[in-house]
Design a protein. Structure first.
Length: 145
């Protein structure tokens, strides 16, 4: 049986809010590529995974983020996101803004795609992403904007 290290502390100053969310997205993608079962509609891309393992140059079209966080850090980011989304203190509009931020940073989607998926203009999506970022910064003082 694996022992859980309860003495580990989270260094939230390591990344900005955007950095943590991007790293969490990269962690989710890495886990999924290894056969994980995180359900969010993203699909396994074996060619991409083999290219990363081989150290080959990534295609230009989409920006790929290398995962530099461990499972503990990913769990802490996930717990933060869950607490925000499941809180009774977070209203509907704020949750919608958080969804836009998650789509943009965790799922690595551009503002145009976020706007299309959430049925709003690109400018509105950008405002929502920005508002969610400031909400998280105000909610959790350990994170830097």
């Amino acid at each position: 049986m694996n022992a859980i290290n309860t003495n580990k502390t989270m260094d939230w100053s390591k990344y900005t809010i955007d950095g943590w969310l991007e790293q969490f997205g990269a962690w989710c993608e890495t886990l999924r590529m290894k056969g994980g079962d995180l359900p969010d509609g993203l699909h396994i891309n074996q060619i991409y995974w083999l290219m990363r393992e081989a150290g080959m140059k990534m295609p230009k079209g989409k920006s790929y983020i290398r995962c530099n966080i461990d499972d503990y850090e990913a769990d802490q980011v996930q717990a933060l996101l869950r607490s925000l989304m499941n809180s009774d203190n977070t209203d509907f509009i704020t949750k919608f803004a958080l969804i836009c931020l998650i789509k943009n940073k965790v799922e690595n989607k551009g503002l145009g795609m976020v706007a299309k998926e959430t049925n709003q203009s690109k400018a509105q999506a950008a405002i929502m992403v920005s508002c969610a970022r400031f909400y998280i910064a105000g909610h959790d003082k350990r994170l830097k904007n």
